[in-house]
Design a protein around this ligand. Structure first.
Ligand code: THU
Length: 134
């Protein structure tokens, strides 16, 4: 999938966001090393802290599909805002190398990387080898 198509997917996902409390809709499209695209949108809740960010929703889709390696992430918002620290930390879990593009509602694109957005991540060695059933 081209980066343009990945961007389009993130923008489409933004339309599916459930954000009645903040009004800030976010769409994410994540390109796996398997060539597949995993998408997510933010899902808010009356109990605000239960809100799920678009990026983490996309990562959950990917891992549930057996994908743990990623090439690129596109995040679509109104203003081209960067992912929150929690989402960056989740992205970092699956490796330091990731192209990140931020796109605003007008289609303006800002190209960056996970390393630039999270230069000094928290890292911890897994103590048990994470198994995969398939
Ligand atoms: N949000 C995301 O979906 N991703 C981020 O990286 C930052 C914030 C959502 C959470 C909430 O629904 C809304 O944006 C306002 O914070």
């Amino acid at each position: 999938m081209s980066r343009k198509a990945l961007t389009r997917k993130a923008q489409l996902m933004r339309k599916l966001a459930y954000a009645p409390y903040s009004g800030y809709r976010v769409g994410a499209a994540l390109l796996g090393r398997n060539g597949r695209v995993y998408a997510g949108c933010n899902v808010e809740n009356a109990s605000y802290g239960l809100t799920i960010c678009a990026e983490r929703a996309a990562y959950c889709q990917a891992v549930a599909d057996g994908c743990r390696g990623f090439e690129a992430l596109v995040v679509a918002t109104e203003d081209g805002g960067a992912p929150c620290g929690a989402c960056l930390q989740v992205a970092r879990e699956f490796g330091p190398g990731l192209d990140v593009a931020l796109v605003d509602a007008a289609g303006r694109l800002r190209q960056t990387t996970l390393a630039e957005l999270l230069p000094l991540p928290y890292v911890s060695k897994p103590r048990v080898r994470a198994k995969r059933s398939r």
